[in-house]
Design a protein around this ligand. Structure first.
Ligand SMILES: NC(=O)c1ccc[n+]([C@@H]2O[C@H](COP(=O)([O-])OP(=O)(O)OC[C@H]3O[C@@H](n4cnc5c(N)ncnc54)[C@H](O)[C@@H]3O)[C@@H](O)[C@H]2O)c1
Length: 258
């Protein structure tokens, strides 16, 4: 990867207050990119986390955006274009998870999860692609997918369904925008020792050790390891990679799920 590939590139990250979003923002920031971070969290909650970016001297802006609202997403991208001229990269990262099987999950919970994880991802990725086309930018989209897309996960049904659909959205958009030089890819981590998984494991440390034991390579993934692979997917040297899924699950998907 070229060390100056991302200097002055404008990168959007949704769900950027989350652990993986933060790690991605920091990696791009270290490379000299300008970062448009958004999250559903209000700016006062976000301020403490964003001080890390200040300490590193990263150029960034923070916007409170609910990705499930297409107008808010559109407005965010227009504001970033207004400040920095155009957008080069969009990391579609915001997501939520409900730990209930299909017999327990309510219609409202199901709808919300699909609205955020799938529809919200579409709103952001498509608005970013339209911006790339308008500004004649050979841009990059990376979706934060999951290994949970590959087989039924009965404890997180809406999540795994949303991530499976996201995979097809990635391929569909990759094909639609390929002739414009736009690349669309997905990264599919397994158990990351951060964010959505860590929240569950912190409540039940035994489940964390069980998770680690289940991973064939015997290790949980750290957020900065995911971030580095996200940058790799966006690197210009990867110009032939589009519509692909970069699976980084330590072999989890090779196992049978119950
Ligand atoms: N942690 C893992 O083990 C793991 C594994 C595979 C994939 N992923 C994926 O990585 C991505 C980041 O997850 P994470 O683990 O960092 O979780 P996280 O909870 O730390 O981050 C998710 C962020 O999304 C934000 N968000 C939620 N709903 C939103 C909405 N409607 N609009 C805008 N922002 C919203 C949250 O406020 C949060 O800051 C997700 O797409 C997740 O599915 C995580």
């Amino acid at each position: 990867m070229e060390s100056n590939s991302f200097k002055d590139k404008v990168v959007l990250i949704s769900g950027g207050m989350g652990d993986i979003g933060q790690a991605v923002a920091l990696e791009f920031g270290k490379m000299g990119a300008k970062i448009g971070i958004s999250d559903i969290r209000d700016p006062t909650t976000a301020a403490a986390k964003l001080s890390l970016m200040d300490n590193l001297g990263v150029a960034y802006r923070y916007d409170q955006v609910d990705v499930s609202n297409a107008d808010e997403v559109e407005g965010w991208i227009q504001d970033v274009e207004g400040q920095w001229g155009h957008v080069d990269i969009a990391i579609v990262n915001a997501a939520t998870v409900t730990l209930k099987d299909v017999q327990e999950i309510t219609a409202k919970e199901w709808e919300r999860e699909i609205q955020v994880n799938l529809n919200g991802s579409f709103f952001m990725a498509n608005a970013a692609c339209r911006s790339f086309v308008k500004k004649k930018v050979a841009g990059n989209i990376v979706f934060l997918g999951s290994w949970a897309a590959h087989a039924p996960h009965t404890n997180i049904p809406a999540y795994s369904v949303s991530k499976a659909a996201l995979r097809m959205l990635c391929k569909t958009m990759a094909l639609s925008y390929a002739e414009k030089g736009i690349r669309v890819n997905e990264i599919a981590p397994g158990y990351v020792n951060a964010g959505l998984s860590k929240e569950v494991w912190d409540k039940d440390p035994y489940s964390a050790s069980q998770a680690r034991d289940r991973v064939p390579v015997g290790k949980l993934i750290e957020a900065d390891e995911v971030a580095k692979q996200v940058l790799w997917l966006c690197d210009p040297s990867n110009r032939h990679t589009t519509g692909s899924t970069l699976l980084m699950d330590g072999g989890l998907s090779l196992l049978r799920t119950k």
